[in-house]
Design a protein around this ligand. Structure first.
Ligand SMILES: Cc1ncc(COP(=O)(O)O)c(C=O)c1O
Length: 375
C-alpha cells in the first residue's frame, strides 16, 4: 500500500471568499459581541435563502433544537417522534424539555426516517415530529406533512446538514414550524461554531429570540417571567456566515462533484453500499460520503476506519442509534425498542473525507485505498 504521505483529514473547510475582509471589519469597528450588523444581515439573508421570513442566529445547531422544542411548548409527557439514526442533539433536546422521544427506524437505502414506521408510531400523546435530513438526501416530506396535518402535529425540521438542498424544488429548512441548521466546519457553510433557527411564524421567531437571550424583558431587563439561555451568536461568527453564504452556490456544486468523483472511482466495489445519487424528489448533496459494509465483509466499520487511519485517511463512524445510547438506557428509556436498520448502519457505516477543502488528488488516494481494502 502507499508509503508515508500527508494526512487527509475527514474535513477541511473552504474559507476563500470574503471571510477575512468581513472579519477585519468586525475588528476595525469593534463589533465583536452578539450586537453588530453582520448578525442581522446573516439572519435575513440566510432565512431568505431557506425560503423563510425569520432567522434567529444561535451558537450551534444543537441549541437551535433545544430552543425549538421549548418554543413550541413541548413539555412533560408530550411525545415527539424522531429517527433513531441521528445525532444525540435531537433526542437530548426532547429529553431536556421533559418530553418523550419516540424513535423510529430508518430506510436502509436513503438512511432517512422510515415514513411508514413514523405513521405507526403516532399516538394520542404525539405532539410533534422531529424530521432529520441525514447525510445528503432529504426525508420524503410529502407523506410527513400529510401525517402532521391529519393528526395536528407540529414539525421541527433539523436541516443541520442541508444548506442549499431542496425537496421537490423547495428548500430544505422551509418545511418545519421551526427549522434548524448548524454551521460547524464540516457543513456547507460554516461560522466555526454556529446555528440558525428559521420560521415564518412571527410569534415563534420572537419566542426563539427571547429564549436565545436569557428571556430578558424589554422594559424590565433583569426581571424574568421565563427561563432562557445565552445561545447568542457573535458578530464575528456572523461575519464568517455572510461571507460563506455568498459562496454557498459554488460549495454545493463542489460537494456534488466530490460525490460524483467518489461514486465513479468506487464503481464496482464489492458488497459496499454507497450513497444514492438521487431519488425522485432530490439529488444527493453529499454532505458526507458514507459507506456501509455488506455482511460478506468479515470486519466492521471500526476495523475499516482503523485500516484507513494507518494510511493517514481520516474517517468518522456513522451515528450510534438513539435506542442504544447508554445515557438513555440508564434512564430506563427505549426498553424493548428495536430499530434494526439504525443498529446496522451504526455498526457497518462510516464516512470518508468529504470536506470542501478536499482536492481531487486526495479523493483519488482515498478511493484507491478503499479499492485495495474492499475489492
Ligand atoms: C443532523 C444534525 N443535527 C444537529 C447537529 C448539531 O449541530 P452542532 O454541531 O452545530 O451543534 C448536527 C451536527 O453535525 C447534525 O448533523
Amino acid at each position: 500500500m502507499s508509503g508515508p504521505q500527508n494526512p487527509i483529514p475527514v474535513n477541511t473547510p473552504l474559507l476563500d471568499g470574503n471571510e477575512r475582509k468581513y472579519l477585519l471589519e468586525c475588528l476595525d469597528t469593534g463589533w465583536i459581541s452578539s450586537e453588530g450588523p453582520f448578525i442581522r444581515q446573516f439572519e435575513e439573508r440566510f432565512a431568505a435563502a431557506a425560503g423563510r421570513k425569520y432567522g434567529i442566529a444561535v451558537s450551534n445547531g444543537s441549541v437551535a433544537l433545544d430552543a425549538a422544542v421549548v418554543a413550541l411548548g413541548l413539555k412533560h409527557g408530550d411525545e415527539v417522534i424522531l429517527p433513531s439514526f441521528t445525532i444525540i442533539s435531537c433526542a437530548a433536546a426532547v429529553v431536556r424539555a421533559g418530553a418523550v422521544p419516540v424513535v423510529v427506524d430508518s430506510d436502509p437505502i436513503t438512511w432517512n426516517m422510515n415514513v411508514e414506521r413514523l405513521a405507526e408510531a403516532i399516538t394520542p400523546r404525539t405532539k410533534a415530529i422531529m424530521v432529520v435530513h441525514i447525510y445528503g438526501l432529504p426525508v420524503d416530506m410529502d407523506p410527513v406533512l400529510a401525517l402532521a396535518a391529519k393528526h395536528g402535529l407540529r414539525i421541527i425540521e433539523d436541516a443541520a446538514e442541508m444548506h442549499g438542498q431542496t425537496y421537490r424544488g423547495r428548500p430544505c429548512g422551509s418545511f418545519g414550524d421551526l427549522s434548524t441548521f448548524s454551521f460547524y466546519p464540516n457543513k456547507h457553510i460554516t461560522t466555526g461554531e454556529g446555528g440558525m433557527i428559521v420560521t415564518d411564524d412571527e410569534l415563534l421567531a420572537e419566542k426563539c429570540r427571547s429564549l436565545r437571550n436569557l428571556c430578558f424583558q424589554a422594559n424590565k431587563r433583569f426581571v424574568h417571567d421565563e427561563l432562557g439561555w445565552n445561545f447568542r451568536m457573535t458578530n464575528l461568527q456572523a461575519a464568517l456566515g455572510v461571507a460563506q453564504l455568498e459562496s454557498l452556490p459554488r460549495h454545493i456544486i463542489r460537494k456534488r462533484e466530490i460525490g460524483r468523483l467518489y461514486a465513479e472511482l468506487l464503481t464496482g466495489l464489492r458488497d459496499v453500499q454507497q450513497p444514492l445519487a438521487e431519488t425522485e424528489y432530490a439529488k444527493n448533496i453529499y454532505w458526507v460520503y458514507g459507506l456501509v459494509l455488506g455482511d460478506s465483509h468479515p470486519f466492521d466499520a471500526n476495523e475499516m476506519m482503523r485500516r484507513l487511519a494507518e494510511e493517514k485517511i481520516g474517517t468518522r463512524p456513522f451515528f450510534w442509534a438513539m435506542h442504544e445510547q447508554p445515557v438513555f438506557l440508564k434512564q430506563g428509556m427505549f426498553s424493548g425498542v428495536k430499530c434494526p436498520v439504525a443498529s446496522r448502519l451504526a455498526r457497518r457505516g462510516f464516512y470518508v473525507p468529504s470536506g470542501l477543502g478536499l482536492s481531487n488528488d486526495e479523493i483519488g488516494r482515498v478511493a484507491s485505498a478503499l479499492r485495495q481494502m474492499l475489492s
